[in-house]
Design a protein around this ligand. Sequence first.
Ligand code: HEC
Length: 198
Amino acid sequence: MLLVALVLAAGGCSPEPHAVQSPAKPAEPGSIPDAEALIARGRAISSQAFGLLSSNLLTAIQQSGVSNALPFCSALAMPLTSLVANTNEVTLRRVSHRSRNPVNQANPRELELIERFRSDLAAGEKPRPVLVTNETVTFYAPIVITNQLCLQCHGQPGSEITPENLDLIRRLYPADQATGFGLGDVRGLWRIDFRGWD
Ligand code: HEC
């Protein structure tokens, strides 16, 4: 049940108008052929990755609790993400302004977009995926915490995250910044770079 809810939450973003931008050059409407199709593909790929991560995470939690799922997440988040990237022939990353794994720390451009997604949410608007064209075409979509489950590893230390699990997180990720999130918070973003674009 929970899994279905998670997958629905991930895939449930309705197809809405999107922002197409060209920060290097002034935006030219229609400058990205098939922008709609790329946005749809981006949504599908990020939902696929989210579904795969969530289902594996849930199985691990169900089998032997959050303390088992933590090392699992740590070992498998990257290979599972790469699997989805390779089958779709794109580059796929999850990045965050407050990362757990330092390799997922957002760069300045990504931080700007995360800020924008956060202010959209704060203004009561639904943040929409963004397509940016430079030398490649890149899709960015917000990752919003919509499930209580996430808070067992990303929520308030001591209450939502048990002291035992907090210990484990600190051992695995001495530089962890990814606690203290709440429901409805932007946790980070999906970034998809489409290959073979000129
Ligand atoms: C069992 C603990 C656990 C749960 C539950 C969990 N995560 Fe994580 N999360 C982790 C770990 C561990 C990492 C670091 C993975 C790595 O090393 O790549 C991580 C990394 C991430 C990242 C990548 C950016 C970063 O900070 O490194 C995002 C985004 C993320 N989680 C979102 C979520 C969301 C959304 C949920 C709920 C659907 C969730 N997580 C549930 C443990 C968890």
